[in-house]
Design a protein around this ligand. Structure first.
Ligand code: NAD
Length: 506
């Protein structure tokens, strides 16, 4: 039996349970159906066949979950940091024990190739371990002594929080948000994306089995417009950690405004990778190809615009084209496959619309720009490269979120910087040069929350993760995550004898 056949057989076994009854919510330690019993169909991008029904959360379900999170908060916040650490490590152990199941289910649910998803569970477990280790010090503050007073700060968990996640790498992203919230002492209501509901249900089950008390993590399935909206409006929820599109982030800010919700938003991107002629071009090529064509290009930090110095433009775009044409498209459970199907037919429509836009705008189609002809049922596209694009084109400024790269030539440093910054987004930027001064100058001047110099996206959990401009508000990672999930309190104690202004003594 080939690895692909073995994967298919094992995935079918894991997926069986989701077909027998609608996927429930997980509220207060129990699996529950929706009020009103509404369900929706969950399909696999491989061929758009059903993987089973999912309960469609209502405002009443959100109310149940938020109330459970509010009730559990009082005791969870009092669990010692050491005990939270122990428990969250148990969750990490349980994730590792079910890593194959998580990888196979996520791959079929999202269309992401197994070669990337096989690491999804491990990365999720790493997120839990990283924040577990910091739980005991999460409340630490600063000593800020003044002449006659001692100021010191304390941190305390903000309360029950809502976590709303997208479909592109749902398991890893959910843990990246949920682990620090739990480590900080918050309780959570999670609303996963409706196009990829399955591994969120596995995470809730795993946390419960690992001993997380009832009500500490609650998961409500359903649409953004109904379940997500109700979560952002609920009075018991003190903050929303959101990952998704910029326009949804703006909507959520509005929805949360009446209840003065704190919002952390990780949004879209149109990230430039700038390649100078003096760079190590072989390494640059590897990184450019990996950062746009891995994970189906459905990646917020994908390098979807490559800005190439004019003197090497033809040579470098020819090399990208050569790689793009050799990328292996196919079934996501085939371990040799590099590009799987896009998440949903609606998303396929969005991506293919940009193929027409590119033609209408006059860009050169150097590779792809069509559906993958070998599958009639799945949401497959060919890896695509547009060349001779200008920065004013829509393909050079709008987030496409697929395996689609737009190549733009530039003249000098000023030209490169101007084009790189001339979009509404500011999530990530990549720079390839052997000139160290230029590297630091660009790192300073690029409008992006994360800059990688001579590197692809390289994850370091203590480092701040997040974007500027329309790419987001706030940062994740290390202590930055705790800043979001916690309130900082200042305590000011007089050291004795300082002069207190006297009034009303005349
Ligand atoms: P999306 O905004 O459509 O949906 C994200 C989540 O928000 C889903 O769970 C959805 O149900 C929910 N939602 C939708 N409308 C809502 C509303 N009115 N109120 C509350 N919740 C609502 O995004 P998507 O299509 O699922 O994901 C792709 C987007 O996510 C891309 O733009 C990508 O760049 C972005 N993303 C960003 C990061 C990052 O770290 N910056 C990471 C991954 C993905």
């Amino acid at each position: 039996m080939s690895v692909r056949e073995d994967n298919l057989e094992r995935a079918a076994e894991f997926l069986n349970r989701f077909r027998s009854k609608p996927l429930p919510h997980f509220i207060n330690g129990e699996q529950v159906s929706s009020h009103g019993a509404a369900v929706f169909d969950n399909v696999t991008p491989v061929d758009n066949s059903s993987l089973g029904k999912v309960c469609a959360g209502t405002p009443a379900d959100i109310d149940g979950a938020a109330s459970a999170a509010r009730d559990a908060f009082d005791s969870w916040r009092r669990v010692s940091g050491i005990d939270r650490k122990r428990l969250l490590h148990r969750v990490a152990d349980a994730i590792v024990a079910r890593q194959d199941e998580i990888a196979l289910v996520e791959s079929i649910d999202t269309g992401q190739p197994i070669r990337y998803m096989s690491k999804a569970a491990i990365r999720g477990a790493e997120n839990f371990r990283f924040f577990a280790d910091r739980a005991p010090s999460s409340r630490d503050g600063l000593a800020l002594p003044a002449e006659e007073h001692l100021n010191y700060t304390l941190r305390q968990p903000i309360g029950p929080v809502g976590v709303i996640t997208p479909w592109n790498t749902p398991f890893m992203l959910s843990t990246w948000k949920i682990a620090p919230a739990l480590a900080a002492g918050c309780t959570v209501v999670h609303k996963p994306a409706e196009w990829s509901p399955l591994t969120a249900a596995l995470l809730a089950e795993i946390c419960h089995e690992a001993g997380l008390p009832d009500g500490v993590l609650n998961t409500v399935q359903g649409s953004g417009e109904i379940a997500g909206k109700a979560l952002t409006e609920h009075a018991a929820i003190k903050a929303i950690a959101f990952v998704g599109e910029s326009s949804t982030g703006a909507q959520i800010m509005g929805q949360g405004a009446p209840s003065l919700k704190r919002l952390h938003a990780e949004l879209g991107g149109k990230n430039p990778v700038i390649v100078f002629a003096d760079a190590d071009l072989e390494r640059a090529l590897d990184a450019v190809v990996f950062m746009i064509y891995s994970l189906n290009g459905e990646r917020c930090t994908s390098s979807s615009r490559v800005l190439i110095q004019a003197s090497i433009y033809d040579q470098f775009t020819a090399a990208i084209r050569d790689r793009a044409l050799r990328l292996k498209v196919g079934h996501p459970l085939d371990p040799s496959v590099e590009i799987g199907p896009l998440i949903h037919p609606h998303h396929l429509d969005k991506v293919t619309k940009y193929f027409d836009i590119a033609r209408a705008e006059g860009a050169t189609i150097a590779a792809g720009a069509q559906k993958w002809p070998e599958s009639k049922l799945g949401n497959y596209v060919e890896p695509t490269l547009f060349t001779h694009a200008t920065e004013s084109m829509r393909i050079a400024s709008e987030e496409i979120f697929g395996p689609v790269l737009t190549a733009i030539p530039f003249g000098d440093d000023n030209d490169a910087l101007r084009i790189a910054n001339d979009v509404q987004y500011g999530l990530a930027a990549y720079l390839w040069t052997s000139d160290i001064e230029r590297g630091h100058r660009f790192a300073r001047d690029l409008d992006a929350g994360m800059i990688w110099v001579n590197s692809e996206n390289n994850r370091h959990l203590p480092a701040p993760f997040g974007g500027m401009k329309a790419s987001g508000i706030g940062r994740d990672g290390g202590d930055y995550s705790f800043d979001f999930y916690m309130e900082t309190k200042n305590v000011c104690v007089a050291l004795g004898g300082h002069a207190i202004p006297q009034i009303g003594t005349a």
